[in-house]
Write a protein that binds this ligand. Structure first.
Ligand code: GDD
Ligand code: MN
Length: 348
């Protein structure tokens, strides 16, 4: 059996056509149920869905507040009964006729079938060049940072089908955001992914719920799914800004001696790096308590820290370099010392 999970928020006007087209596409082909997960839409989506359940095999799950698209899909998975599960939007931008082809791909041995805008034959309707660039750029970032997504053309599609076993080990799935497929591609249990082309049409009724704020959330989402070294590198970059920022304030704002400003700036950047790496990069998976971990972190960075400080102070005193310049070169020197020490002591 196939379960089609449809998250809805204010989609009452789309339900009749959606369910009738799904039924035309699937009746006689496969046994199916539709699970509608509605977040108590004020337009009466859930009521209409219940009415239609006399005609079609529909179950309606109503949540009391709007909790977001991904979490709605996860709820739908939880109560789904099919051994094959599909996800699609209610607004008919995802043509139900494609379900049949997706089923046959599953039967051919694909574990996940993605309806894709970006394989040959696929397209989007009515998007400006800018919107296309943003969409492609967002996907490119995911493909660079997420090894499991590298070969997928449309890893953020909202229209896909999978075999139930794909979800089996994927327990800690993030209910935030819009991109549940990306989450599944990173955490799911599968070997073959297939993409089939389709045209993402224009929405004819109702309005989109994907705001521009989603771009930032998307980036955070990709970083959270990335290997820890990606977050580690970004934290290092933030640490450089903290370091130079503190130095500038102390030195140029409060006119404190370079030797003191430099030391405080370095120490604060080390501490901010530690905290960010602890909370974000390594998600508090510490080997020891907080204080001991802070000390260990200093120890593992000691050569770099001393190089930074030594270089910064020497350049300032003996070459009379501008404070912030001396500090910046110190940071770079510290980076190289870390690199060469690691390279010669740890690797060949
Ligand atoms: N239950 C629930 N709760 N449903 C929601 C919520 C929510 O908070 N937010 C949106 N939905 C439902 C909508 O009612 C619709 O059925 C579906 O989720 C998609 O929402 P849209 O607002 O139409 O999204 P979109 O068209 O901008 O984006 C779609 O296409 C993108 C590109 O393929 C989505 O499928 C994205 O996930 C996808 O990346
Ligand atoms: Mn839509």
């Amino acid at each position: 059996m196939l379960t089609i999970v449809v998250p809805t928020y204010n989609e009452r006007e789309n339900l009749d056509e959606l369910l009738s087209r799904i039924d035309s596409a699937l009746s006689g082909v496969v046994e199916y149920e539709v699970v509608i997960v509605d977040d108590n839409s004020p337009d009466g989506t859930a009521e209409r869905a219940r009415e239609l359940s006399s005609k079609y095999n529909v179950r309606v799950l109503v949540r009391l507040t709007k909790k977001g698209l991904s979490s709605a899909v996860l709820e739908g998975f939880r109560i789904s009964e099919g051994d094959i599960v599909a996800v699609m939007d209610a607004d008919l931008q995802h043509p139900p006729e494609l379900l049949r082809e997706m089923i046959s791909k599953i039967e051919d041995g694909c574990d996940i079938v993605i309806a894709s805008r970006y394989v040959k034959g696929g397209s989007v309707e009515g998007w400006s060049l800018l919107r296309k660039l943003i969409s492609k750029g967002a996907i490119l970032i995911a493909r660079i940072l997420l090894p499991k997504v590298r070969r997928i053309r449309d890893p953020v599609s909202g229209y896909f089908m999978l075999k139930r076993h794909v979800l089996e080990k994927a327990e800690d799935m993030n209910p935030k955001g819009f991109k549940i497929l990306m989450e599944i591609l990173v955490k799911g249990n599968y070997s073959r992914v297939c993409e089939i082309p389709y045209t993402f049409g224009l929405r004819r009724r109702g309005t989109s719920k994907l705001g521009t704020g989603e771009i930032f959330n998307y980036l955070i989402h990709v970083l959270n799914l990335s290997p820890s070294i990606v977050r580690f590198a970004l934290v290092g970059a933030i640490g450089t800004i903290v370091n130079l920022g503190v130095l500038a304030v102390m030195r140029y704002g409060a006119h404190i001696a370079h030797e003191i400003s430099s030391a405080v700036a370095i120490e604060l950047s080390v501490i901010s790096n530690f905290i960010l790496n602890d909370i974000w990069t390594f998600r508090r998976s510490r080997r020891s308590g907080f204080v001991q971990s802070v000390l260990r972190y200093h120890l593992s960075n000691l050569a770099g820290i001393l190089t930074q400080y030594g270089t910064s102070v020497a350049l300032f005193r003996f070459l009379s370099l501008e404070s912030i310049m001396a500090q910046f070169i110190g940071i770079i020197a510290g980076f190289f010392v870390n690199y060469f020490l690691s390279k010669s002591l740890v690797w060949r």
